[in-house]
Design a protein around this ligand. Structure first.
Ligand code: IPM
Ligand code: MG
Length: 358
């Protein structure tokens, strides 16, 4: 039995989660994992129901689960109100911090059947396969913030400790060792003291991984390189906010931010979520691409010790892409709905099941 806490969240969150659940159920039938899926609130929907973007019941459920699958968090009602004291995103940041999820792992991969929807030339994206290790529980996101001088000045402080840098550096180097053996630290060490600490610690850590080629790059230069020569990268290691920005940029290589999954790890329980937001304009219309969430579920299967099942889910997603069963941002002429994409993927997993058992 595997207990999964499902936090569908806001906007398109519940729709994309529903499709990932279909894929998990299809997999469960074959592998007899015995998933127990338990839904809890996070974000704007949690504020509406309880006044708190991360109710205690949600934290408790996550802590007592084998993994967490999350949809999306955020609502424009709060974005337009700078004075709002409670915000949906606080729930997301707090669950990351509370569960100790200091490493957010975001694979960036190009799919052959999507080359034509990428804004980049095919020759540039053909060999793109890199992974970003984004620090997730430190930096400017979590530093002291506030207003001073009667509110006429605002500040957000960026802080990192040696320990915070070292633990994610080790994970990223270990990953690079199992990939193409190349790690690029992205920072702004020509300006920021925190970045100079990152350089110092990461280059020290690199001595323990002699098989990994280590280099570093300023974030502005890396932003350019990601579109100029994305195949240069194997593992990118970076701090919280740079990782947030660069992964949205990198998603454009794939052709759609609706394709990119992520896992967040660190302590006992891991969390899996698409990198996209809650896309409130698209909510309830059946137009959201569920693939990033389904691929996040695949990462979760891998983490739970079912690599074959994970591979089956990925293959089903690739089949949907090949057959053109995709949502409108990829395929505007003949778009499938969110649930049609999810049904196709779940069915192709089930069909494979039958073939295997006969
Ligand atoms: C992400 C998102 C979040 C972040 C927001 C919703 C707080 O953009 O997961 O990338 O900035 O971490
Ligand atoms: Mg982001």
């Amino acid at each position: 039995m595997k207990k999964i806490a499902i936090l569908a969240g806001d906007g398109i969150g519940p729709e994309v989660i529903a499709e990932a659940v279909k894929a998990l159920q299809a997999v469960d039938k074959k592998y007899g994992i015995g998933f127990v899926l338990e839904h809890e609130l996070i974000g704007a929907c949690a504020i509406d129901a309880t006044g708190d973007p991360l109710p205690a019941a949600t934290v408790e459920r996550c802590q007592n689960s084998d993994a967490v699958l999350l949809g999306a968090v955020g609502h424009p009602r709060f974005d337009g109100d700078p004075a709002a004291k409670v915000r949906p995103e606080q729930g997301l940041l707090k669950i990351r911090k509370t569960l100790g999820l200091y490493a957010n792992i975001r694979p960036i991969k190009s799919y052959k059947s999507l080359y034509k929807v990428s804004p980049l030339k095919e020759s540039l994206i053909a060999d793109v396969d890199f992974v970003v290790f984004r620090e997730l529980t430190g930096g400017i996101y979590f530093g002291e913030k506030g207003r001073r001088n009667g509110g006429s000045e605002a500040f957000d402080i960026c802080t990192y400790s040696v320990g915070e840098v070292e633990r994610i550096a080790r994970l990223a180097f270990a990953a690079a060792q199992n990939r193409r053996g190349h790690l690029t630290l992205v920072d702004k060490a020509n300006v920021l003291e925190t970045s100079r600490l990152w350089r110092e610690i990461v280059s020290k850590t690199s001595n323990d991984f002699p098989n990994v080629k280590f280099d570093s790059m300023f974030v502005d230069n890396a932003a350019m390189k990601i579109v100029q020569q994305p195949a240069f990268f194997d593992v990118i290691l970076t701090e919280n906010m740079f990782g947030d920005i660069l992964t949205d940029e990198a998603s454009a290589i794939t052709g759609s931010i609706g394709m990119l999954p992520s896992s967040s790890v660190g302590s006992k329980v891991a969390l899996f979520e698409p990198i996209h937001g809650s896309f409130p304009e698209g909510a309830g219309k059946g137009i959201a691409n569920p693939m990033a969430t389904i691929l996040s579920a695949a990462m979760m299967l891998e983490y739970l010790g079912y690599p074959e099942a994970a591979q089956e889910v990925r293959a089903a997603v690739e089949l949907a892409l090949e057959k053109g069963v995709t949502t409108g941002e990829i395929n505007s002429n003949n778009a499938a709905s969110t649930s049609e994409v999810g049904d196709f993927i779940a069915n192709s997993i089930s069909i494979k099941n039958n073939k295997k058992s006969f």
